[in-house]
Ligand binder design. Structure first.
Ligand code: F6R
Length: 614
């Protein structure tokens, strides 16, 4: 949802900004821009399209300057074009600003500003905010940070903003509320600001994560000041980044998505590291220990998330109810936060989020906190907002996920949720010792089984070739694999733009079967032992209507390969662990179909990685 980057210091700002924008491009890629302070003037370049288009546009223009800001946009207010692209400039040309978020009361503010004589050139909410800052700065002759502080007290909405005042080029000023912002503290007294740490890590590992309603003032004199909107000075909470630059590169793969699919052998192992021992026969989650009694006594566990993370929550419902016998509900965060849900102090609300910044998930958590529930986060991005607002939590340690379609985060989340279910089940005594030990040893084998499942890529690529021109697809799964069917369908639609739906296999008869004809690919996850015969019947029903069946089966399966048009075999495992393996061929299938349709796999249209607006 827009990437923002800023720099002040001894280096030339432009190379820092343009590289930073490339790192942040996964957050939005419909237009991009930079502003540089250059000898008393502001150079502002902005362009519809990708960061590469902007770079190309600027290549013969002056770009020197020690102070600058850059933005890559995911449009909210106003279409993606050069005018609506950021940075935005105040009416008097004095201040320049980039913004990630939404100013919800922009229309009221805009009308008031128009009455005061302000003229607007874009359709954005951001331009309204900068005119408001300009108005307050002029009216009371305020320094920029004061005008910003005053303006933000009048604003309803979410923002991470970075600003430059050309009349005072000694500082870079930023503020945040509900949209992330990190300040990097360089070795030579220079400062970096960005939506996440990825543009910063190659310059410094020392960072400060800005909290909601804080303003940061980074001076050319090497001084960093942080204060609240209430003008209260804050102590600097400097943290060390734990992030490797190699993790931000494609490492020889054509796309981040393919790299991230293949990384799952390692990332699933990383999610388990220190949390399970086959030799000693234990499972534990350090994050849960402090609140263990409260979690074990919980009346309900409520998972709240969006998109793929919500699908991981669905797997968790099957896992925790099946193994630990604790009632579970799974809620779309966007619905949960607004539907006046019943939340009690005896509930545990668990947010699942790769980015840790999803606006709806964050708001759902805040509601849960308000109602007195214990809140827990299952998050990938270290130091993210969700990780910071929850009472406790566990990181999935998947490393940066840059492809917009989530892959390794899903299996990382599912691994963690499996550990959680096993931990609770063992403590509650709801599964036998022998089954507990069987699950531990099966879980420890998952990384090598994922490696085996990945070896199917040539078969999957050939199936992709056969069905790439389809306009629709149906995904079917039962039990633990129903959420995987939903996830497979989401992966296909988001990157290949083929309409796809996931259903519990038996639901097909209640409507979707009407869609099946000789052009309809039906992807069936048929690895469940408990409902095997029923899945075979579901496949027969599809075949009887001439549907094209692509079945995900276990390696020893003989029956389904005789019925299905195509089969993809994956290693066998304990049934609660099958989602960790059955999702792999579905990720690869959507990847190859999208590739063959000429789609931009890593940056699908209309999407962005981190959804910081509701
Ligand atoms: C799909 C996808 C999205 C995210 C969703 C939640 O591939 O990536 O559906 O899962 O936007 O994002 P996080 O997990 O960051 O809260």
């Amino acid at each position: 949802m827009c990437g923002i980057v800023g720099y002040i210091g001894k280096k030339d700002a432009y190379p820092v900004l343009i590289k930073g924008l490339k790192r942040l491009e996964y957050r939005g890629y419909d237009s991009a821009g930079v502003a540089l302070y250059n000898n008393g003037d502001l150079l502002v370049y902005k362009k519809k399209g990708k960061v590469a288009d902007l770079e190309n546009f600027i290549k013969d223009q002056p770009t020197t300057g020690f102070l600058g800001i850059g933005h890559t946009r995911w449009a909210t207010h106003g279409k993606p074009d050069d005018l609506n692209a950021h940075p935005h400039i105040s009416g008097d040309g004095r201040i320049v600003m980039i913004h990630n978020g939404i100013i919800e009361n922009y229309a009221v503010l805009k009308n008031a500003l128009i009455k005061l004589g302000h003229k607007f050139t874009s359709e954005t909410d951001t331009e309204v905010l900068i005119h408001l800052i300009e108005e307050l700065q002029k009216r009371d002759n305020l320094p920029l940070e004061e005008a910003l502080r005053m303006a933000l007290t009048k604003v309803i909405g979410a923002y991470a903003v970075v600003l430059i005042d050309k009349k005072d080029p000694t500082k870079l000023i930023a503020a945040r509320k509900q949209s992330p912002l990190v300040v990097g503290i360089g070795e030579d007294g220079d400062f970096y600001m960005a939506s996440d740490a990825t543009p910063i890590v190659e310059f410094t590992r020392r960072v400060v994560y800005l909290n909601d309603e804080e303003i940061a003032i980074a001076g050319i004199d090497g001084k960093l000041t942080i204060k609240t909107l209430g003008n209260k000075l804050q102590n600097l909470n400097i943290q060390e980044l734990d992030l490797e630059i190699e993790a931000l590169e494609k490492g020889g793969y054509d796309y981040f998505m393919l790299k991230e699919i293949n990384e799952q052998v390692a990332t699933i192992a990383d999610a388990m590291r220190g949390r399970l021992s086959v030799e000693e026969g234990w499972v534990k989650l350090g994050g849960m220990e402090q609140y263990l009694n409260r979690i074990l006594r919980a009346d309900r566990i409520i998972f709240t998330a969006c998109g793929t993370s919500w699908h991981a929550g669905m797997v968790a419902e099957y896992l925790i109810e099946d193994l630990a016998r604790i009632p579970v509900e799974v809620e779309y965060a966007s619905e949960f936060r607004y539907r006046n849900p019943i939340i009690k102090e005896t509930d545990v609300v668990i947010a699942i989020s790769q980015s840790g910044e999803t606006a709806d998930t964050l708001a759902a958590l805040e509601l849960a906190k308000e109602k007195g529930a214990l809140t827990y986060g299952i998050v990938n991005v270290i130091g993210s907002s969700i990780a910071r607002v929850t009472d406790a939590g566990s990181y999935i340690h998947a490393g940066p996920e840059i492809g917009v379609a989530s892959t390794k985060a899903f299996t990382g989340q599912t691994t963690l949720l499996t550990l959680m279910a096993m931990y609770l089940a063992h403590l509650k005594g709801t599964i036998s010792e022998s089954y507990f030990h069987e699950l531990i040893s099966e879980l420890s084998l998952i990384p090598e089984k994922v490696e085996k499942a990945l070896k199917n890529s040539a078969i999957i690529e050939s199936i992709a070739e056969k069905i790439k021109d389809s306009t629709n697809a149906i995904y079917l799964g039962r039990g633990y694999n129903f959420p995987v069917a939903l996830e497979g369908a989401l992966k296909l639609k988001e990157i290949s733009y083929i309409h796809a739906e996931g259903y519990p296999a038996a639901e097909m008869k209640h409507g979707p079967i009407a869609l099946i004809d000789e052009n309809m690919p039906v992807i069936v996850i048929a690895t469940n032992k408990s409902a095997y015969d029923k899945i075979v019947s579901n496949i027969q029903e599809v075949k009887a209507r001439k549907g094209i069946v692509i079945a995900i089966v276990t390696e020893d399966d003989e029956i389904i390969s005789g019925i299905a048009d195509y089969t993809i075999a994956i290693p066998d495992t304990a049934e609660p662990l099958t989602p960790l393996l059955s999702v792999i061929p579905l990720q690869l299938l959507s990847y190859y179909i999208a590739l063959k349709r000429g789609c931009n796999v890593d940056q699908p249209r209309n999407l962005a990685k981190s959804v910081t607006v509701e």
